[in-house]
Design a protein around this ligand. Structure first.
Ligand SMILES: [Zn+2]
Ligand SMILES: [Zn+2]
Length: 416
């Protein structure tokens, strides 16, 4: 049973994601409201690309437990019928609710999910902003479904549909929907609350597709005052790798500093931000309004933003080729290509922040991308035009980047 070969509907939906993001941008323009910031949107999408790249390597490992339970210990063999698919959908949503709720209420689990909440904007690109190793925490929550006898392929497909549903609810452009729909389903209004940093909105509305589990288990909150988006402790970075590690780094620093063993354990398992009195006590959410909340932002010259956009288009094209073609690659070229895409995402984050290290890292990346591109594409088509194209890409990129050399040489900062 090769579940890893089950269709990746999320990769197939990429053009639809970008079409809808385009429509949302257009609505923002027509309504004259700024729904997107370039650095924030690129970071959101970078987190999504990174999650998909890591998924290529980890999905086989992640499903092992489900396969084992299904093959050796299932109670029933549940047939493929529409009704059973509906039951499975409810089951996936139920266990998602509990994973998601605990990911908000238990500190070390929050570290895997926090990435999704770091954006201080609310638009469709936020839906793509996902933690790179969240799946390592969420997968075990679904094991009861294997034990009951839901087929692994059916689980993988329904799980993806549940994720896809959550795309369209990340928007400010859709107001409250008719009451019966709002009562049962997770909607843009309910999910805006979930992304709120306003004290009354924190840790509310954990549902995936349905909102009924929040109503049943007491975590529902309707959208009332205007939502301020983000988290209580701003990570202040556009680097997707650092954004995935920032919370854990802080948490383990506190574990190290705490003197009592009981406090060290509490820092890991109590609510996010909990600290013993000796380290300053728990971080409390402060009242916020959109007028007083200061969003994290950085400014670089427009030409450098266009450089990032150009490189990003190349990365997105490479990612699409990688997601659809990686199964044909041997392990080492696959690893090299995946690592180079992740390296590229880190560099673009560093460019937004004009970090000194990125000046050197970006030249190295341009060289590596040209070499690897020639090696991988040269094996499927005539290599001379590919090499020429690669050299032209590298030359143009270096000339473009060097227009802004002074920005990088002025900043002296640490590696991250
Ligand atoms: Zn959440
Ligand atoms: Zn969300």
């Amino acid at each position: 049973m090769d579940v890893a070969q089950a269709t990746n509907y999320i990769a197939l939906a990429i053009p639809i994601f970008f079409l809808l993001i385009g429509i949302e941008l257009l609505i923002g323009k027509l309504k004259e409201t700024k729904l997107y910031r370039f650095n924030d949107a690129v970071t959101n999408i970078s987190c999504g690309i990174g999650q998909q790249i890591i998924g290529v390597f980890s999905k086989t490992i992640l499903i092992i437990g489900y396969l084992y339970l299904y093959e050796h210990h299932r109670l029933f063999t549940i047939e493929h019928t529409w009704f059973n698919a509906f039951l499975l959908f409810i089951g996936v949503d139920f266990f998602y609710y509990w994973f998601h709720r605990l990911a908000h209420e238990v500190s070390f689990m929050w570290g895997s999910h926090v990435v999704h909440h770091q954006s201080e904007e609310y638009n469709l690109s936020v839906a793509l902003r996902q933690g790179w190793i969240q799946a390592f925490f969420s997968t075990s929550f679904y094991l009861p479904l294997a034990f009951l006898g839901f087929h692994p392929v059916a689980f993988v497909v329904i799980n993806q549909l549940q994720t896809l549903y959550q795309f369209w609810i990340h928007t400010k452009t859709i107001d409250k929907l008719p009451a019966p729909f709002e009562y049962v389903m997770n909607t843009p209004s309910h999910h805006r609350v979930h992304h709120g940093v306003n004290p009354k909105y924190i840790d509310r509305n954990h549902g995936g597709t349905l909102i009924i589990f929040d109503r049943i288990f007491g975590t529902f909150q309707a959208e009332e005052e205007e939502v301020v988006y983000g988290i209580t402790t701003q990570p202040k970075s556009w680097n997707p790798l650092w954004l995935n590690l920032d919370y854990w780094a802080d948490m383990f620093r506190n574990v190290k500093r705490a003197t009592k063993w009981s406090d060290k354990i509490k820092i890991l398992i109590k609510e996010p931000g909990w600290k013993p009195a000796e380290l300053g006590g728990p971080i409390e959410g402060q009242p916020v309004t959109p007028q007083t909340f200061k969003k994290y932002d950085t400014t670089i010259p427009n030409g450098l933003n266009y450089y990032i956009l150009f490189q990003y288009l190349v990365i997105m094209l490479s990612t699409t080729l990688f997601l659809f073609g990686s199964s044909k690659l041997d392990f080492l070229p696959k690893l090299a290509a995946g690592a180079l895409i992740l390296f590229s995402l880190v560099n673009l984050g560093g460019l937004f922040e004009a970090k000194r290290w990125v000046w050197y890292a970006e030249h190295l990346r341009l060289l590596l991308i040209t070499l690897l591109g020639a090696l991988l594409l040269g094996s499927v088509m005539s290599s001379i035009p590919i090499i020429l194209l690669g050299l032209a890409f590298m030359g143009l990129s270096i000339i473009w980047l060097n227009q802004y050399r002074s920005i990088f040489t002025k900043t002296i900062t640490s590696l991250i």
